[in-house]
Design a protein around this ligand. Structure first.
Ligand code: NAD
Length: 306
């Protein structure tokens, strides 16, 4: 039986910077959203955006057609569905579909998919790109790993939260594609910081140099829409003391996932390794909670006392 949107019951677990606005968009679209998070503030915010608040993840998931998770890392996802105190694989009804949008290791995604399959529950890994702005605007990119049938089933729900929905391959493929993308982003950001700093140290205006490179062969996403030099791009985190955006902590996590994939598959990633070393050093210097474009400060000359 095909259910209408208002009849489709969705459990949403993990209402943080990303999950909060994603759940709100689903409620706004008319889905029956039962939300849960460990944080009271996150629950209060979900309620004010039209979600039903559940007392536990199990309560949210009971009777749900679709269960969406948006959690920090692989251990949280494994614990929630498979090996925690009340694993949801024992609660979710047969025939339901789990959509995990957290950025986690591909192995955890495959293991959770297999454990749920044994119970007759579907699973897709569906990590996202597009940041908090994309989550709020409902314009995220979803990168899906799972069967064709599972992908098609998830599509109407993903369409509400995102603009570009890709089917990368079987279970785990979404996470591998996401790790490739974020490793490349880290490399591009580090290169962009390096080039702008060298130009500025040689007397160039950072805005003029950026414009030249944008129109030349050095153009890339970090330079074109996320300039790391303060004052060049009004809406970029660099012009707001590197607040908001995508945390250095999360980039370090994602680079760790990329290094695991590289090791398991013997795929050489010398540039990715260098980027990981740089961002890890930057985090160790106390910048984990700043946007990742704050790597710019690693290159710039320090003033006395800094
Ligand atoms: P966040 O830390 O803001 O949110 C995570 C939420 O999960 C928190 O509210 C926390 O209380 C909740 N949580 C943790 N364990 C829980 C449990 N067992 N049950 C219920 N709730 C639990 O993180 P975020 O920025 O929303 O990111 C979530 C995921 O999305 C991460 O994997 C991140 O790498 C990925 N991601 C983030 C961005 C971004 O720009 N922030 C972009 C793309 C992908």
């Amino acid at each position: 039986m095909t259910r209408t949107i208002t009849m489709t019951r969705i459990a949403f677990i993990g209402l943080g910077n990303m999950g909060g606005p994603m759940a709100a968009n689903l409620a706004k679209a008319g889905f029956d959203v039962h939300a849960f998070d460990l944080s009271r503030e996150a629950l209060a915010s979900a309620k004010s955006h039209g979600c039903e608040v559940a007392a536990s993840a199990a309560d949210a998931a009971r009777g749900a057609d679709i269960v969406i998770s948006m959690l920090p890392a692989g251990q949280h996802v494994r614990s929630l569905f498979v090996d925690g105190e009340t694993p949801l694989k024992e609660i979710i009804e047969q025939g339901a579909l789990v959509i995990d949008s957290s950025t986690i290791d591909a192995e955890s995604a495959r293991d959770v998919a297999a454990a749920l399959e044994k119970k007759g529950i579907g699973f897709i890994d569906a990590p996202v790109s597009g940041g908090v702005g994309g989550a709020q605007a409902g314009t995220l990119t979803f990168i899906v790993g799972g069967s064709e049938e599972q992908f098609n089933r998830a599509r109407p729900v993903l369409d509400v939260m995102g603009k570009n929905i890709f089917h990368a391959g079987e279970h785990g493929a979404g996470q591998v594609a996401k790790a490739c993308n974020n490793m490349m982003l880290a490399i591009l950001m580090a290169g962009t910081c390096e080039a702008i700093n060298m130009g500025v140290k040689n007397g160039l205006d950072p805005a003029v140099l950026s414009e030249i490179m944008k129109q030349s062969s050095g153009g890339n996403w970090a330079l074109n829409v996320y300039n790391p030099y303060p004052g060049v791009m009004e809406n970029a985190p660099a012009s707001n003391d590197y607040q908001g955006g995508f945390l250095t902590d999360l980039m370090v996590k994602d680079l760790g996932l990329a290094m695991d994939i590289s090791q398991q598959s013997a795929a050489p990633v010398p540039m990715g390794s260098a980027a990981r070393a740089l961002f890890t050093l930057h985090k160790a210097n106390g910048h984990g909670r700043l946007d990742f474009s704050s790597l710019m400060t690693f290159y710039r000359d320090k003033k006395d006392g800094e």
